[in-house]
Design a protein around this ligand. Structure first.
Ligand SMILES: NC(=O)c1ccc[n+]([C@@H]2O[C@H](COP(=O)([O-])OP(=O)(O)OC[C@H]3O[C@@H](n4cnc5c(N)ncnc54)[C@H](O)[C@@H]3O)[C@@H](O)[C@H]2O)c1
Length: 342
């Protein structure tokens, strides 16, 4: 008989197989069953993973007493129904980001989970990325000074989604990183988008978040761009940092760059103040890198076992969904800033 935690996976598209691969490297986990409505996606996996059992109906996993937890790796529009069914059948749930499209329903699911003492974890994977954790340490140490603004770029040629726009697909990652780095949630959101591939879905978006303390964080996201970019620039009053997820050796660069007022020059009028440009050393901090998805799933198991506090809980996932919903409202209002009510 198997010992450990039995996990069923739903969704064998682009991301689900990465989740199975990572789960199978966790010693206490049995991840041998996957469901997808598309038989051809399942067929491709049978050759890739030994002993994998495949199902074309998600309910076969959700309703089976064999499983302790269900991983939902399907398109966003299907998340809430699958999460609800899994909770009602007594399973812990890991759901890919973003949690769902309706914050009220997401909240209701959190209440069900809490009543039943089950965990919901949302796959905000960058919260488990060692370079983001390092960037947070650098910010918290005060090395960069006071944070002035942040700017994220997340572009590539595809993959194009049909269920949600680029904000929900890509900027959902950057919002989670901004929230984490700034220890707060956006107060208002402005979003402009461009729909060149599908008349109803923004393939490119420019979203600006206003955080407490007048900090602006901007995120450019696009499926219609020749360059794969995953970067965030943090501008501090003393120094500046660039996070580049595609730079495997040195994901963080710190620039001792700043602009201040020339001390030796005194003037009563701001217009005639002389600015001093500081272009100092550029440093590449070294720290151990990790495999974020593996760390995220390891954390999920620790949460289920009651050993760790959920760092990407359903409750936090609801906050991201609320922010994204406000971005959609702003898109409808041609980029007007809309309050999040926080
Ligand atoms: N954390 C990350 O970095 C990351 C990366 C990629 C995708 N994702 C997330 O993972 C999820 C899936 O993305 P993807 O790129 O794999 O999508 P995908 O479209 O490639 O695959 C989704 C799969 O789900 C299946 N499916 C749909 N409805 C189903 C249902 N009711 N029951 C069973 N199977 C069903 C589809 O047949 C398809 O094979 C999304 O929420 C996405 O945002 C996260």
């Amino acid at each position: 008989m198997n010992k450990g935690i039995d996990i069923g996976i739903i969704g064998a598209g682009r991301w689900g197989p990465n989740v199975i691969g990572a789960l199978r490297r966790l010693p206490e986990v049995n991840a041998n069953c996957i469901a997808d409505i598309n038989q051809s996606s399942l067929d491709q996996l049978e050759n890739r993973f030994n002993g994998l059992r495949t199902f074309t109906v998600a309910d076969d996993l959700i309703k089976s007493p064999e499983f302790d937890a269900i991983m939902v790796c399907t398109p966003v529009t299907s998340h809430l129904d699958l999460v609800e069914q899994a909770l009602l059948h007594g399973k812990h749930v890991f759901v890919e980001k973003p949690f769902g499209q309706d914050p009220e329903k997401c909240t209701e699911l959190c209440e069900i989970a809490e009543t039943k003492k089950l965990a919901i974890m949302v796959g905000h994977v960058f919260l488990f990325n060692s370079s983001i954790l390092e960037l947070k340490k650098i910010i918290d140490s005060g090395e960069l000074g006071e944070i002035q603004h942040l700017e994220a770029h997340r572009t590539n040629l595809g993959p194009v989604r049909k269920d949600v726009n680029a904000v929900w697909d890509l900027t959902s990652h950057d919002v989670s990183v901004f929230d984490f780095l700034l220890d707060s949630l956006p107060e208002s959101v402005s979003c402009l988008g461009s729909r060149r591939l599908d008349p109803n879905i923004e393939d490119t978006s420019y979203t600006t978040f206003r955080y407490p303390g007048s900090i602006i964080a901007h995120a450019h996201a696009s499926w219609l761009n020749p360059r794969k970019v995953r970067q965030i620039t943090v501008i501090g009053s003393k120094k500046m940092a660039l996070w580049d997820d595609l730079n495997l050796e040195h994901p963080i660069t710190i620039f001792d760059s700043s602009i201040g007022l020339e001390q030796a020059y005194y003037s009563d009028s701001f217009a005639s103040h002389r600015l001093s440009y500081n272009r100092g050393d550029v440093t590449l901090p070294s720290f151990p890198t990790n495999e974020p998805l593996f760390e995220e799933l390891k954390h999920f198991i620790e949460v289920i076992e009651g050993n760790e506090i959920n760092r990407s809980s359903g409750r936090y996932g609801v906050e991201v969904v609320r922010t994204l919903q406000v971005a959609d409202k702003s898109l409808e209002a041609e980029g007007a800033f809309i309050n999040t009510g926080r």
